[in-house]
Design a protein around this ligand. Structure first.
Ligand code: KIV
Ligand code: ZN
Length: 529
């Protein structure tokens, strides 16, 4: 195994690939670029930007990141077919530093039921895929999918073939989150013993049993020097190892991970987490380690007393070290465009031209109603504008609601929606104003479907906090999307989230690609974890 960076743990971020495969997440190109730029600011070593062969949107997303983001290695995922590898290379070629990550399943169940290939065919695929990838770049990663349930000796043979054909990283996916720390670590140790060559060993752990971070860290102790992880732990099913948890464990427990280093600007963790949450529509649980709102909150009097006397009594990390240094009240309704754009710049948000104009208009509108806006509010506004700045089929022009209070009659809502060049008005009634307004939006846009999930949060604390609504929506043909909306008013935030979801459905329909088409699970089609 390579000892070139023996003390350095490479942070391989797969938020935009495995994370983007989470149900309901469907990021546009601008949103992917925004996240990739923030990941570069965070200092990740590798960005897995997507799966170029999966769709035109995926290809363009990866290519856009390869063209626009500097710093990290830009990696594309690819199955072992030569057409996949060629397409992957085409997408990542513009990047300064690029990696092809190719994979094929090695477990009995995947080979038989999904690939319909014999073990010998799988071995031949690996040899040809890695060779093809090496003809493009000397940075090639190979993964035996479903490694933790594969026949160990066979998987080692496959890994040896990959190493012999030039793979420089060997990644061991616990695809279905089946592994436990001691077992996974044992497998990695054994692989290091058995598989000869100059490669970096890597972990990729899913969280089905809540063990993704523990397994990844056990892997590091067993010699892995790359961890594949995602912001907020998003990913297929229960998700991937959470990047912020892996990084802070290595940095906090230096006694345990002696001499090991990660090159992450940890002060950017909180902001990255918020951005990913906003753009994916996946809320962050309040008690989420490191980045959750309560991660540094002390409720019990005895704890508060302890922390006030000496922070280390109940805090093992400094909140400032992860960017959790409270929300500063920064701007209000009298702040001008200059102060606004200057503060965004200080926050590391590079917003210009039309996007700046749109964000400033939104800021003014909210500041008029809320008076003062914190950094977290500003980030939320900008993230909201990034999404709504996309080419949207539907734009909410007017929302007027009545009722909702006790004794005021049946709630109703009237909306005016811009649909292309047309303004359409609809009025509907409902059990509450949110329901009435959603119905009216559906009528005005001619869109069908149902809300499957609905959450209201606040961006900061306090009665004047901005309402932040996350919801999920499913169209009759089974397209599942997430929507997110922000406003001083809960009903308005809900409808903004609803309209953003409808716009996503429309985009998926227009592209002709339905990522949730049950057909996609057919053998031979794209089906990965
Ligand atoms: O979980 C998995 O096996 C994957 C591979 C493609 C690395 O995501
Ligand atoms: Zn995965």
């Amino acid at each position: 195994m390579s000892n070139a960076n023996a003390d350095r743990v490479v942070i391989f971020d797969t938020t935009l690939r495995d994370g983007e495969q989470s149900p309901g997440i469907s990021l546009g190109q601008v949103e992917k670029l925004e996240i990739a730029e923030q990941l570069a600011r965070l200092g990740v070593d590798v960005i897995e930007a997507g799966f170029p062969i999966a769709s035109k949107g995926d290809f363009e997303g990866v290519q856009g990141i390869a063209q626009g983001v500097s710093g990290p290695i830009i990696c594309g995922l690819s199955r072992t077919s030569l057409a996949d590898i060629d397409r992957c290379w085409e997408a990542i070629e513009p990047a300064e530093r690029r990696r092809i990550h190719t994979f094929i399943a090695t477990s009995e169940t995947h080979m038989r039921h999904k690939l319909r290939m014999t073990p010998d065919q799988v071995k031949a695929e690996v040899a040809s895929a890695v060779s093809r990838a090496r003809s493009y770049t000397d940075d090639v990663e190979f993964s035996p999918e479903d490694a933790s349930r594969s026949d160990f000796s066979f998987m080692c043979e496959v890994l040896q073939i990959a190493a012999d054909h030039g793979a420089t990283t060997l990644n061991i996916p616990d695809t279905v989150g089946y592994g436990v720390p001691t077992e996974y670590a044992g497998q990695l140790r054994e692989i290091r013993e058995r598989v000869k060559g100059d490669y970096v060993l890597s972990t990729h752990c899913h969280n089905d049993l809540g063990l993704a971070v523990a397994n990844s860290l056990a892997g590091v102790q067993a010699g892995a020097r790359q961890v594949e992880c995602a912001i907020n732990g998003i990913g297929e099913r229960a998700g991937n190892a959470a990047l912020e948890e892996v990084v802070m464990a290595i940095k906090t427990r230096t006694d345990h991970f002696e001499g090991l280093e990660v090159a992450i600007n940890t002060q950017e963790l909180q902001r990255t987490s918020r951005l990913v949450s906003r753009l994916t529509g996946y809320p962050i649980q309040y008690n989420k380690a490191v980045v959750g709102r309560n991660a540094f909150a002390h409720e019990a009097g005895i704890h508060q007393h302890g922390v006030l006397s000496e922070r280390s009594t109940y805090e093992i990390m400094d909140p400032q070290a992860v960017g959790q240094d409270g929300s500063h009240i920064v701007l209000g309704k009298h702040s001008g465009r200059h102060a606004f754009s200057e503060r965004l710049r200080q926050l590391g948000l590079d917003v210009r031209g039309d996007a700046l104009h749109a964000a400033f208009t939104r800021f003014k509108e909210l500041a008029d109603r809320k008076l003062q806006l914190s950094d977290a509010d500003l980030e939320a506004i900008v993230a909201d504008e990034v999404s709504s700045g996309l080419k949207n089929a539907f734009v909410l022009e007017v929302l007027e609601c009545h009722g909702g209070s006790v004794g005021s009659g049946t709630p109703s809502a009237t909306v005016v929606m811009r649909v292309g060049d047309e303004l359409r008005t609809a009025r509907e009634e409902g059990n509450g104003m949110v329901e009435a307004a959603c119905k009216a939006v559906k009528v005005a846009t001619d869109m069908e479907g149902r809300l499957t999930d609905y959450t209201v949060m606040s961006v900061t604390g306090g009665v004047d906090a901005l309402a932040d609504v996350a919801l999920r929506f499913e169209s009759p043909e089974g397209i599942k999307v997430a929507g997110r909306g922000l406003s001083c008013d809960v009903v308005e935030a809900s409808i903004r989230a609803f309209v953003s979801a409808l716009n996503k459905v429309e985009r998926v329909q227009a592209s002709g690609e339905n990522p949730y088409d049950a057909e996609a699970d057919r053998p031979g089609r794209i089906f990965i974890s």
